[in-house]
Design a protein around this ligand. Structure first.
Ligand code: GLP
Length: 256
């Protein structure tokens, strides 16, 4: 596992965008995308590079990690809408190339299976972008989550509902359930980049990077992945203990 420590969120956004850009050049057409605030500066950076003609999402298809149960696709806080607002519209990726689980499906269990199948039939995720919850969740895999879980319906932790209530009028409006790719599903991505910024993420980053591989910290599953990079800013890195992590250096991280 690689850990890249940038000075600030803008540096983290550039470092993460560099990884995505390189993957697009080499192979990535299926891009897994996380919602939440952490990847937004990287999405903006990528969209700007696309607008300047420095990279192209012309063949890319994006795959959402998760979706709130009960919100129709058109709801402003459905992750389908959020990713359009935060990324795909500016990046020039049409709606027809956004895949995601439907939180308003009548049969949620069948919908979870359908979405796993959609990912597989498109050949799997080439590069997955992740954030991390303050409780160590990735996507909506709350602690404890089976390390081999598949896409499924989950109950959101109260901590997550509180964290995400800033996007809703009131915490009671935050859905109780979500559909999420499982840790096993996410682990099948060929490459993963997790973005975390801010001191409030420091305990979760430390547990994920240096703690035991354990269901109580779902992001620790990335220790098992052959090609995972944590891109963090100095504040999010502040509780890491091991000395030998990479500092962000311009243009030096071509792993092919
Ligand atoms: C949500 C999403 C996660 C995201 C997390 C952190 O719960 N389901 O995919 O990583 O929030 O969000 P933020 O980056 O806003 O802290």
């Amino acid at each position: 596992m690689d850990v890249v420590i940038a000075a600030d969120p803008a540096g983290a956004a550039k470092a993460a965008a560099d990884i995505v850009a390189r993957a697009l050049r080499h192979r990535a057409v299926n891009l897994g995308v996380a919602t939440g605030s952490s990847p937004v500066p990287a999405y903006q950076e990528l969209a700007q590079r696309a607008q300047r003609g420095e990279l192209s999402f012309g063949h890319a298809r994006v795959f959402l990690l998760d979706e709130y149960v009960g919100l129709p696709r058109g709801h402003a806080e459905s992750y389908h809408q959020v990713i359009r607002r935060d990324f795909t519209e500016a990046a020039g990726i049409p709606d027809s190339r956004i895949e995601g689980p439907r939180g308003d499906a009548a049969d949620l269990i069948a919908e979870a299976d359908r979405y796993d199948h959609v990912i597989t039939t498109h050949g799997g995720i080439d590069l997955q972008i992740l954030g991390i919850g303050t409780n160590g969740h990735i996507a909506f895999n709350e602690p404890p989550s089976s390390l081999s879980s598949r896409t499924r319906v989950v109950a959101l932790a109260e901590q997550t509902r509180e964290d995400n209530s800033r996007f809703f009028h009131h915490i009671d409006d935050v859905p109780q359930l979500a559909l999420t790719q499982g840790l096993g599903t996410i682990s099948e991505a060929r490459e993963i980049v997790l973005i975390a910024t801010g001191a409030h993420k420091a305990p979760a980053v430390a547990a994920a990077v240096e703690g035991p591989l354990a269901a109580r910290c779902p992001a620790s599953i990335l220790q098992w992945h052959p090609r995972a990079t944590f891109v963090v800013d100095a504040a999010a890195a502040s509780q890491l203990e091991l000395p030998a992590y990479g500092r962000e250096r311009k243009g030096t991280r071509d792993r092919g």
